[in-house]
Design a protein around this ligand. Structure first.
Ligand SMILES: *[C@@H]1O[C@H](CO)[C@@H](O)[C@H](O)[C@H]1NC(C)=O
Length: 389
């Protein structure tokens, strides 16, 4: 389990380094869909490889050859990985992002994606992870994504439950995906999330919950281990813990043992769909399952201020990362002039400057403000950036 710990140090290293410049500075175009094509693995097209689609550096055309998708979120691999592994990972992605529309859309907008390593591939084969120390080739079979590098990886043998899996008793891909949900989407889409997570972690620590388990490493592992238990795909340890797990490994046990963590997780996955476990499932069963969608009550996309076309951030992704790190308060001079949207420092729209159709944003994105100004500039003032002229 050491690899999780070290993984986190790497992640926090990236976040701590917030002020560095990342590559592409834009949100992914379009929107998350509500459909998937998990049964269909096809070739990666050239248009998918740009830094705008796959920030910060785009996709490596030598390594990445095929993909499938759920809600527009790609699950990628080289030619060495089996189609079945991509399809299984696609199911988990489809499952995890079904429940909360804001978390799903945010993850999509922020360039979220997944890649699966074949059994014969290792961490440094993945182009986005190729600069890491070679110790990662033996230490990890998957890494969670972050805002600076929104790629999450998983391993074929764990997804398909084959005999060579080093971690046969737990769903490691789901653990890594939970990191991505936490560190990319929930912290942005649910304004109360970060504080609620830290509060739950402090409470657990003070009460000695999870003592002697990996969950107590920090609040990020606490969340990911909790998500595994919430979906009944954690490994059971002894009461009192064995340094990695204790005996709390099911949703029912989690609810009684740590209600604050349970509530936090339930908010992100509110639909109560049944998760088809990797070792008892088939692609046909997964394909046939209907998932309830968007059971969240507050229907928010990424915060409205980030979508403000009248008052964009000068460097959208950096601004967002800095805002989350508290820079709007710490460094208001710079932030309130360069990151107005993220810091909520834009002028407020007058009451008469609104969109009259929920389609306005999509129309605006497809160029209608220019192509059809007669209708658009009077009915889609907000999306066509007519508010402050
Ligand atoms: C792209 O992937 C190939 C094959 O894995 C690798 O040799 C090459 O260094 C990668 N290039 C970049 C820019 O990551």
């Amino acid at each position: 389990m050491l690899w999780f710990l070290s993984l986190l140090l790497v992640l926090l290293g990236c976040l701590g380094n917030d002020m560095r410049v990342n590559g592409a500075q834009s949100y992914r175009k379009g929107k998350a869909t509500e459909t998937h094509s998990c049964h269909y693995v096809r070739q990666v097209s050239d248009s998918m490889r740009s830094p705008e689609e796959m920030r910060p550096d785009g996709l490596n055309s030598t390594f990445y050859k095929k993909y499938t998708e759920a809600y527009g979120i790609p699950i990628l691999g080289s030619n060495k990985v089996s189609d079945d592994a991509l399809k299984r990972a696609c199911y988990t992605v489809r499952y995890l992002f079904a429940g909360h529309s804001g978390v799903r859309n945010t993850f999509y907008k922020l360039g979220g994606r997944f890649a699966i390593m074949a059994e014969t591939e290792v961490t440094l084969d993945v182009p986005e992870h190729s600069k890491m120390g070679s110790i990662w080739n033996t230490r990890a079979r998957g890494l969670g994504g972050t805002l600076p590098t929104p790629l999450t990886t998983g391993a074929e043998e764990n997804l398909l439950c084959t005999k060579t899996d080093r971690y046969p008793k737990e769903d490691i891909f789901l653990h890594e995906a939970a990191h991505a949900v936490d560190l990319i989407a929930a912290r942005v889409a649910i304004p109360t999330f970060v504080k609620a997570k830290e509060d739950a972690f402090k409470n657990a620590k003070a009460k000695g919950l999870w003592d002697n388990t990996y969950a107590m490493t920090n609040s990020v592992e606490y969340f990911a281990e909790g998500v595994q238990s919430y979906f009944n795909v954690n490994n059971e340890g002894p009461a009192g813990g064995d340094a990695i797990h204790n005996n709390i490994d099911t949703r029912a046990e989690l609810k009684t043992y740590d209600p604050l963590l349970y509530k936090l997780i339930e908010e992100i996955f509110p639909c109560d769909n049944a998760y088809l476990k990797r070792c008892d499932s088939t692609r046909a069963k997964e394909q046939a399952q209907t998932l309830k969608m968007s059971c969240n009550t507050a229907d928010k996309d990424i915060p409205d201020n980030l979508n403000n076309p009248s008052c964009p951030d000068s460097r959208p992704i950096d601004c967002l990362v800095w805002m989350i790190g508290g820079e709007c308060q710490r460094n208001p001079g710079y932030m309130n002039s360069n990151c107005k949207a993220s810091c909520n420092a834009c002028p407020k729209p007058p009451a008469d400057c609104v969109d009259s159709s929920t389609w306005c944003e999509a129309w605006a994105e497809s160029g209608e403000c220019k192509n059809n100004p007669g209708y658009m500039l009077s009915n889609c003032k907000w999306s066509c950036a007519q508010c402050y002229v």
